[in-house]
Write a protein that binds this ligand. Structure first.
Ligand code: COA
Length: 190
């Protein structure tokens, strides 16, 4: 049986397990060490009060991190792990170009735009449990933001992530922006 509850800090090791089995090495954070990922999710959790995990019986099988300003957590993580992140760039230089493009050329959706509209920053489900759990996680996220009188939210997804794009479009998201590396989506709950 699947149940959903709020994420707590002791869930992070399981979240890392799911993260590493859900994202391949073309995803920047999948190149982080487990210790860096721990710090990453710890920082995200602090800036994402609308975060949930899915449990199948007692096993954690999915997670979603969301909040009004998730990038605050990302900024904090970068400050805490600056040199370790630089080392990841040295080991995987293909990300240097990607991050320069995102930072300087993908204008139109910046840190400022994240504020005041809740954002799903990241969502993933254990590949062996992809049977409607992603949908359940976003339903819980939506229930929470509705209870806080918030009726719209946003996210962005990489252009090459066909499975996630299909998932969002099947779940009522509409595309608001096309950037060089990603698409932005919104969903209205009214
Ligand atoms: C994107 C993602 C989170 C979606 O989660 P999900 O659990 O796979 O999504 P769904 O809730 O749509 O469930 C998947 C399938 O189970 C089906 N399903 C729903 N309820 C079901 C049930 N009770 N029994 C069996 N199947 C069921 C759905 O119809 C769907 O089928 P489809 O893929 O043929 O449309 C997941 O694919 C994932 O983790 N991807 C990797 C990480 C990622 O890219 N994240 C997004 C970018 S941040």
């Amino acid at each position: 049986m699947i149940s959903i509850r709020e994420t707590i800090i002791t869930d992070i090791d399981d979240i890392i397990r799911i993260h590493l089995s859900s994202f391949n090495k073309s995803h920047f954070t999948a190149n982080f060490s487990p210790q860096m990922l721990h710090s990453y999710f710890e920082c995200l959790l602090k800036s994402c009060p609308q975060s949930f995990i899915a449990l199948s019986d007692d096993k954690i099988v999915g997670y979603v991190f969301g909040g009004l300003n998730p990038l605050e957590g990302v900024d904090h993580f970068i400050k805490k792990n600056f040199w370790k992140i630089i080392l990841v760039f040295f080991k995987s230089p293909q990300f240097i170009k990607e991050k320069i493009v995102e930072k300087f050329f993908d204008t139109g959706f910046s840190i400022k735009d994240y504020k005041n509209i809740p954002t799903i920053y990241i969502i993933a489900v254990d590949p062996f449990f992809r049977l409607g759990i992603g949908t359940k996680l976003i339903e819980n996220f939506e229930k929470r933001i509705r209870s806080e009188n918030l009726f719209e939210y946003q996210l962005s997804v990489r252009k090459d992530n066909d499975k996630a794009i299909k998932f969002y479009e099947n779940n009522g998201f509409y595309r608001t922006l096309t950037k060089r590396t990603s698409f932005c989506y919104n969903k209205s709950l009214k």
